[in-house]
Design a protein around this ligand. Structure first.
Ligand SMILES: *Cc1c(COP(=O)(O)O)cnc(C)c1O
Length: 471
């Protein structure tokens, strides 16, 4: 499989180079040159198969020519061995044909683990074969950092540095990062905001000398391998509910558009998906786009579902590329106009095409709280604020009562204790994984919001000059 950039000006790459590159050199995102398909008979053969086996079959065509089957099988097995539910993505029946798919049984209790755990193994494999090492740097406002750290910990070929704004992430979120005992993990608390952290990371990537010297790499949500890993649970859940003999709908809590785009990929591979519902919080750029056909930026508003607090959904560019007949020039022009004017309009034909599969719905904080409370009373199930947006959107946008609707449950309710308790009066129990986390020693270095200081810190540690004690 070869990969092309959505902006049409970067070289075609193989899977391993796409994995390490993240963003394409022309500013675009990599997508497979063609969508591989699976036959109805193949989908049928997945019925009753364990998750890792389905993962092997779904992922295989995307890494063909780069990773051998037996290696891929081993990487997948290790990625999901650490989940506290062997089914990886179990379905909970909510009645009326609605099912919640619990994607939060990984080490950090959110759906990002499903992709990130695989990514860690893929990095290790590819780097090991090349005899290479990389330095991952990232900024986090909470959840992504811990998922990345858990995926990269204890790997010889990777050093990982995660910046968070000092005093601005919750105690649990910070401790999920800082209590990890691993010699290649470095937590940096920056005296500043999340935007300051992100600016520091960007500046490190823009410093080409530093970037090459450190072999910087990223695990953010524009990395194709994360999308690829997420396609698997659309397939496994659909098959469990009767696909390919039956059409299935999904409702997806959406921020950067990576997760719901994985649903689109599953449809392109031949999975009979009836509908993909995009659920947003008050940061509703995608909901407004599907209503009006115009995408326009607004300032980010903090909400009860912070992992979806975004201004622009980066992965939407991948859908746009397909809807524009894979014409990189059109995408390039549209993105340039969007950058300059803050608005983007899609051709009417392309919009109509997108609306056949996608629908979008927003839910503000009051609605999120009301939904958490209602589901607790009706079904006796605690859901987190992100999942709540998708439960509501599924109810509002469902087209066919006879088509099963899968709501993606993206975070464990215990990750958002205060929001859940505030909504329904019940405090979720801390799962075993988090028990004791408040007593473990923390490893974190406080640094000023100063690029040179942060770069020196990274340079010293990534060069292998410091042991675990220096963290
Ligand atoms: C990241 C995240 C999302 C949004 O997923 P995207 O792929 O960015 O659209 C939703 N819910 C939770 C809990 C998340 O961590």
């Amino acid at each position: 499989m070869r990969y092309v950039s959505t902006r049409g000006r970067a070289p075609e790459l193989a899977f391993d180079d796409v994995l390490l590159a993240g963003l394409a050199r022309d500013g675009g995102l990599y997508v497979p040159k063609i969508w591989p398909t699976l036959s109805a008979a193949e989908f049928k053969s997945f019925q009753g198969k364990p998750y890792p086996e389905v993962a092997l079959r779904v992922i295989r065509p995307f890494v063909a020519g780069v990773i051998a089957d037996k290696d891929l099988e081993a990487i997948i097995a290790r990625a999901y061995a650490n989940f506290d539910d062997g089914r990886v993505a179990p379905l909970i029946d909510m009645s009326n044909g609605v099912h919640v798919m619990e994607l939060f049984h990984g080490p950090t209790l959110a759906f990002k683990d499903v992709a990130m755990q695989l990514l860690g193994g893929l990095f290790d494999h590819v780097l090991g074969r090349r005899g290479d090492k990389i330095t991952i740097v990232g900024a986090t406002s909470g959840d992504t950092g811990s998922a990345a750290i858990e995926a990269c910990r204890d790997r010889d070929a990777i050093d990982i540095f995660i910046l968070h704004p000092e005093g601005r992430v919750s105690d649990i979120q910070r401790r999920q990062m800082t209590t990890v005992e691993s010699p290649n993990v470095y937590n940096i608390a920056i005296a500043g905001t999340f935007d300051d952290c992100q600016d520091l990371v960007k500046a490190m990537f823009n410093d080409m000398v530093f970037r090459d010297e450190m072999k910087l790499s990223a695990v953010n949500s524009i990395n194709w391998a994360r999308i690829m890993a997420q396609v698997v649970y659309y397939v496994s859940s659909a098959v469990a509910l009767g696909a390919p003999d039956r059409r299935i709908a999904f409702s997806v809590p959406t921020g950067n558009f990576g997760d719901v785009f994985a649903g689109y990929v599953a449809a392109k591979m031949g999975l009979p998906i009836d509908q993909l519902v995009i659920a947003t919080n008050a940061n509703d750029i995608m909901a407004r786009f599907f209503d009006t056909g115009e995408m326009s930026m607004r300032p980010v508003e903090p909400t009860l579902a912070p992992a979806m607090d975004i201004q622009v959904s980066s992965n939407f560019e991948r859908l746009m590329f397909d809807l524009c007949d894979r014409d990189g020039r059109t995408v390039n022009q549209s993105m340039a106009a969007f950058r300059d004017s803050g608005t983007l309009r899609m051709a009417d034909g392309a919009l109509a095409e997108a609306r056949k599969l996608f629908a979008a719905m927003r839910l503000d904080d009051a609605g999120i709280a009301a939904t958490i409370d209602r589901i607790w009373r009706q079904a006796g199930i605690l859901i987190d604020p992100h999942t709540a947006t998708a439960v509501y959107a599924a109810e509002e946008k469902r087209r066919e009562a006879s088509v099963p609707m899968v709501v993606l449950g993206t975070a464990h309710p215990a990750k958002f204790l205060d929001a859940v308790e505030g909504a329904c009066g019940v405090r979720p129990a801390l799962p075993d994984r988090l028990a004791g986390i408040m007593d473990l020693p923390e490893h974190v270095r406080s640094l000023p919001n100063d690029l040179a200081v942060v770069q020196d810190f990274v340079r010293d540690r990534a060069a292998g000059t410091a042991g675990a004690g220096a963290r």
